[in-house]
Design a protein around this ligand. Structure first.
Ligand code: GAP
Length: 455
């Protein structure tokens, strides 16, 4: 048997994260009591908080800029939107069926099919010809289920921004360049969803369209590439796990003049996290054509009229949550000096802004004389922070529980606290402990969270 080694291990298989996420109430399989619904996931108490924090970080990074405003458009839109955008005709993947084992798969990125035209599941060669499968979910609006009532669940949030370009520009008296940011659900009937919350059929997107004067678009594209890279670093994502992947001419979407993916090194390999696209004037021009409404911009200074170009940044919220989880995970193995046995501490080293819980209040004993003031401290802190309270199990176990969900601080109240009015604050990453006055806890947390050094 290999001897256990002290040191730090990072996440190298997704299943470890799926199990932790379920055990600790981050993410559950949707409809689990009915056997689950493929590729749909529910966020539990801590997951919902984590996701909210991820959204808030993105929303603030965007809308607190002077040049960006927010929007919340509806999921159902006029069906002509999707004709104009190109989704009705072009938003499809080539689908192939294996007649032997009945597996259905995407033929454009299935290695065995591309190389030898054989089924990725059974190796069979009796396959149907690839046919285009539109990824939009269709439904009907109103009681009649006929062709006239067809509407789609939006496959991207971006179109809600384009069709509101003029409303937003006028109502918020914007001059170019300016951006519109939106967070919301999108739906795609993906042929091969998978890898936990990486690719699902229902997901949330965080998209921003930045409207610029033609000719300045390439500069803005470069600026946004840098800004988005920095955003991920600011969230504490390790830079060695990020890279850019420029789209070659064959990869470019029909609307794009230039495009780059920010990729992350997941346990299952390098994959797209975010797309930054120069969409030219494609979308606004299309919507002008299909709606017969003017979506041009009049530049007062130069007296020019033109259709703005758009630089888009588009990141999946669920995908970013997965990145945050994978990147934060570590196992610290130490060897017990007495027994020589390995001891493993699992930590989610979240950036404090993202941590679902900022601090946990832990009375050393369940006795009323400690539990009451501890609960009072919890309630007091909850006015300002997301805090937890835990009185069950040994203090060591409780520390470990909080480490595993990434709580930056544990605050322990002991019998001495009743005399000296002090508590012990323990740090998640260093496990260092400070004894501080109960009165000072808010200040301590505020300063600590602000100055947090990550991992
Ligand atoms: N408006 C442009 C657009 O939607 P995209 O590259 O198709 O571009 C943007 O999607 C981002 O949305 C992706 O980088 C990914 O993070 C996320 N995304 C796309 N499809 C997804 C899916 N099926 N499940 C989870 N996230 C997805």
């Amino acid at each position: 048997m290999a001897e256990a080694q002290a040191g730090t291990k990072r996440l190298n298989d997704l299943q470890t994260m799926v199990s932790l996420a379920k055990r600790r109430g981050l993410v559950f399989q949707s409809s689990e009591i009915y056997g689950g619904l493929n590729s749909c996931w529910d966020y539990g108490p801590l997951g919902a908080q984590l996701k909210m924090n991820v959204k808030r970080a993105w929303w603030n990074a965007m809308t607190r800029r002077e040049d960006i405003v927010g929007l919340d458009a509806s999921i159902l839109m006029h069906p002509t939107v999707w004709k104009a955008s190109g989704h009705v005709d072009g938003f499809s993947d080539p689908l192939v069926d294996c007649k032997t084992c009945k597996t259905r798969f995407r033929s454009d990125n299935t290695e065995s099919y591309l190389q030898r035209k054989e089924c990725p599941n059974c190796g069979g060669k009796d396959l149907t010809e690839p046919r285009q499968f539109n990824l939009m979910f269709k439904t009907h609006m109103g009681p009649a289920e006929d062709a006239a009532s067809v509407v789609y669940l939006r496959p991207e949030t971006a179109q809600g921004i384009f069709v509101n370009f003029e409303n937003v520009r006028e109502s918020s008296r914007r001059k170019l360049p300016f951006g519109i940011a939106q967070i919301g659900k999108s739906f795609r009937n993906e042929i091969t969803p998978g890898n936990f919350i990486f690719r699902t059929r229902e997901f949330e997107q965080m998209e921003m369209q930045y409207f610029v004067k033609p000719g300045t678009d390439s500069d803005w594209y470069e600026k946004w590439k840098k800004t988005r890279w920095q955003f991920f670093l600011d969230l504490g994502i390790r830079e060695e796990n990020l890279r850019f992947h420029d789209h070659g001419p064959k990869e470019l979407a029909h609307y794009a003049k230039a495009a780059v993916d920010v990729q992350y090194q997941f346990p299952f390999g390098w994959q797209e996290l975010e797309g930054v696209h120069n969409r030219s004037d494609f979308d606004l021009t299309q919507h002008m054509k299909f709606s017969n409404k003017k979506l041009e911009y009049f530049d007062e200074a130069t007296k020019e009229k033109f259709v703005p170009y758009v630089i888009e940044t588009a990141v999946g919220c669920d995908r970013l949550v997965l990145v945050v989880l994978c990147d934060a995970y570590r196992e610290e193995v130490s060897i017990d000096e007495e027994t020589g046995k390995p001891d493993t501490r699992v930590v989610l080293g979240f950036h404090p802004e993202l941590a679902p819980t900022k601090a946990a209040v832990l009375p050393l004993s369940k006795k009323q004389e400690l539990a009451d003031p501890s609960m009072r401290l919890r309630d007091r802190l909850a006015r300002e922070f997301d805090v937890a309270y835990d009185e069950t199990g040994s203090i060591g176990k409780r520390y470990r529980r909080q480490d595993e969900i990434g709580t930056p601080y544990c605050i322990t109240m002991d019998f001495e606290s009743l005399n000296d009015q002090k508590v012990t604050v323990r740090h998640r990453d260093t496990m260092k402990q400070d004894r501080i006055s109960i009165e000072q806890v808010e200040n301590y947390l505020r300063d600590g969270l602000r100055a947090f050094h990550v991992r």
